[in-house]
Design a protein. Sequence first.
Length: 348
Amino acid sequence: MYRFIFRPLLFLIDPEKAHHFSLYIISLIYKIPKAGFLFRYFFQLKDPRLERIVFGVKFNNPVGLAAGFDKDAKFIKEFSNFGFGFVEIGTLTPKAQAGNPKKRVFRLTKDRAIINRLGFNNDGVDQAVKRIKRQKGLIIGGNIGKNKDTLNDKSIDDYKYCFIRLHPYVDYFAINLSSPNTPGLRELQKKKNLKEILTELKKLNSNFEIQKPILLKIDPDLNNSQLLDIISVVKKTKIDGVIASNTSIKRINLKSKINLISQKGGISGKPLQNRSTEVIRFLHKKSNGSFPIIGVGGIHSPDDAIEKIKAGASLVQLYTGFIYEGPSLIKKINKAIIKELNGVNQNN
């Protein structure tokens, strides 16, 4: 129904407006009595075989919603009812910011992709905290970044502020140094900068009675030498894992019109599938599986998700695939994971 009715209608609207319109419709539906129950009935799949304990956190299933979809933590419960095992909010910054000028989101329908240059538009971390205080029993990741006007040499202050404010309320942190839409941000992925930031956050984490897992979200455009640096820094700082990967600035073998392909920003969706899987496989192999990886990028089918898990991902996340394929994709992936487990058990 989604692919044949709702998606064609939504795709008639500007992508960013369609996103907000969809969230508005979901909020209206949830005012209907028992709406949450109906969503859970149709979309959730509960099975102990899907449960995972990763970086010390128990997930009911390994399929999550990637950061960027619910930046301001306004719809965590609603997305959980779609069957997601966890929801990652953000990217959040200390101060609210409008992001980059519009128009800043573009659909590449022939490529099943999206280009965005949103630029960390959000209401600020303090507003998000007010909302997630009310959420109980849901696994929430907090994706944090720096404000656009914060100089790189002062960026650690932004990350520390967000970390402190969110710490009591999230189950893990995703440190975003890899968005291509904040000028200079990717410079912080360089080995020296990266080590300094993660070391400071680890120290800060140790001040809390209950420490929260810290993950680094990386970009898919890093070369093998840079990925080896990532592995080295992860091991030295003893953070808890990596999210692979963010959006890409590369444009390879695309079919859409040149006016869309040439738009500045990060591309997500199907064109990212192979590269993100390559990054996962490389990190997993070269690190000897010494840290968990959340796989994200180009997951549009159960087979895409299984591919990332086989490459070394402990968990997976959806973003663009959720937009193109609809909420039924979550349940389909979880069914495929169970089927894969059954096949492995029978072969053994």
